[in-house]
Design a protein around this ligand. Structure first.
Ligand code: N1C
Length: 303
């Protein structure tokens, strides 16, 4: 036999190459199919969410509320250590996932409210309107006082945004309804209305409110305080509401206790048989403002 005619090495090699090429082709086809499937799924997902004008769900929303729940119940208020944070987070998610974010209702949050009940001592509740930062600085120093953000549910949700979509079981991280530009009954506004209502209903003893005297609408009838909280105080449990009208050290003095806006608040409360008192630039709060700005001339006489 002519060794030249024996093409074995050549055929062996080409067979291997053929197999190699075959495998490569299969891999390329598989890779293309995977990429196409992923792109189609992603596009599909993006399209199932509506586009709104407000900020989307805060990234890592569920992890944040779970972490805050444990921090609050285990460290901040260990008397609530029996609360089940896993269940609380599930109830929070169930309140809005797979639902139209513009048709949120108080009852969506009811299971969450049931799991987060908490008793606040009488005479320790602080409301605020357009003065959240100062009110929170105050309760951070006066540890026995509570704003809504010093209760479990307020603490968990403070500063976050969240919404879902009727057509999907995911959160919408791209956008959520804006209260004015999209709809009033959005997931976040309905949440704050619902928890503010419960907070006011359960208050007892004298209650306080921190108002912003440098803001044009020092008492705003459309705010959560002016629309929800004052109407849900129970006159049989709350004899008096004390208002503190605080002007910014630098800001213009828009309103004081003698302004007509504050008189509107007084009239609403008196109608509801709740006594009203008011004090401008309440000293303990002014001292907190001065800690931040000790050289300011209005702080010289305060210190
Ligand atoms: O509308 P506001 O103030 O009068 O609401 C404040 C009032 C407080 O007394 C709280 O008990 O209502 C309660 N509350 C919150 O605790 C709260 N935390 C965060 C109401 N809203 C709250 N937020 C967000 O701030 C929420 O998104 C809401 O729309 C704003 C309201 O702030 P505001 O107008 O200064």
């Amino acid at each position: 036999m002519d060794p030249e005619s024996e093409e074995k090495p050549c055929c062996n090699l080409s067979k291997k190459v053929k197999i190699g090429l075959g495998i490569l082709c299969v891999l390329v086809v598989v890779a293309i199919v995977v990429v196409v499937v992923v792109v189609v799924l992603k596009l599909g997902q993006a399209h199932t969410h509506k586009e709104w004008n407000g900020t989307g769900t805060t990234p890592h929303f569920s992890d944040i509320i779970l972490g805050r729940c444990y921090t609050y119940t285990q460290i901040e208020q260990p008397e609530l250590s029996q609360k089940d944070c896993q269940e609380i987070v599930k109830a929070f998610q169930n309140a809005f996932l797979s639902k139209d974010p513009c048709s949120s209702r108080e009852k969506d949050y009811q299971p969450l409210l049931n799991l987060t009940s908490q008793t606040i001592p009488c005479g320790k509740v602080v409301f605020w309107s357009k003065a959240g930062e100062l009110a929170h600085q105050y309760t951070r120093v006066q540890r026995e006082m509570f704003t809504l953000e010093d209760t479990l549910l307020g603490y968990m949700a403070d500063g976050l945004s969240w919404c879902g979509d009727a057509g999907s079981s995911d959160m919408n991280y791209q956008s959520c309804p804006h209260p004015r530009k999209d709809c009033r009954n959005n997931t976040v506004s309905v949440f704050w209305d619902t928890v503010s209502k419960r907070f006011a209903k359960s208050a007892c003893g004298t209650v306080q409110v921190v108002l912003n005297g440098s803001y044009s609408n020092t008492f705003d009838k459309n705010s959560t305080f002016g629309r929800v909280e004052i109407y849900n105080l129970r006159p049989e449990k709350v004899p008096t509401l004390q208002a503190w009208v605080m002007r910014d050290l630098e800001g213009l003095p828009s309103h004081t206790c003698s302004s007509s806006l504050i008189n509107d608040l007084k009239l609403i409360l008196e109608e509801r048989k709740i006594a009203f008192t008011c004090q401008d630039d309440y000293r303990p709060l002014r001292l907190l403002q001065c800690v931040r700005n000790p050289e300011h001339q209005s702080c010289r006489s305060v210190m």
